[in-house]
Design a protein around this ligand. Sequence first.
Ligand SMILES: C[S@@+](CC[C@H](N)C(=O)[O-])C[C@H]1O[C@@H](n2cnc3c(N)ncnc32)[C@H](O)[C@@H]1O
Length: 216
Amino acid sequence: MARNRNLTSAFVRQDIEEYIYGLLPKRDAVLREMEAYAAKNRVPIIGPAVARLLALLVRISGAERIFEMGSAIGYSTIWLARAAGPRGEVFYSDGDPENAQRARRSFQKAGVAHRIHVGVGDALKILKRTRGAFDLIFIDVDKHQYPAALRAALPKLRRGGLLVADNTLWHGRAPHPAKDAATRAIQKFNRAVFAHPRLDTSMISLRDGVTISRKL
Ligand SMILES: C[S@@+](CC[C@H](N)C(=O)[O-])C[C@H]1O[C@@H](n2cnc3c(N)ncnc32)[C@H](O)[C@@H]1O
């Protein structure tokens, strides 16, 4: 599991990652099947270590209305929906209709389909046109879009709500001068969330880096 390239960082010591993944409780059959599918087909899911952090943040904060930007096959969506509980409502968004089809089947199997709204198309546009504020917004779209995703997410996040972004260390490239669009966008995003007067932000170097902000 830990050496599955899809689930680990390129920079955390192997023994540390194996230790963390070794401690994680076994997932149920639906999540295990999705992890295996993602590994085989190189779908870049967050994996169980970051998923547990995400679920914990949902439970600690009591988040019930959640928007996910970039949901792929719905692995992280299921963790969010389960953590949000029976009154929870999670908005899935992905640009790929095949991903959405696969995700829908997994939501049924996981028993959470009734709590999830599936949106196919540009996550930033779907978020903008979805009415109401969110308790938690999770950003996991293509990395060059992170600054635009931040601009789209902030007005839709309620005061006290959480903004969580994955891959914010971007394979260990974030600390170094970079020319590629993805790394530069991640760097811009990280600077923006730490400097923003209405965000209280912290970063965790779990897997590929997770940034967590609370809207003041
Ligand atoms: C890293 S994967 C998401 C993984 C998912 N959050 C999980 O952990 O299970 C990123 C997904 O975002 C989608 N994507 C990228 N940019 C997008 C955008 N602007 N709008 C909608 N989907 C987007 C891609 O199709 C891809 O499936």
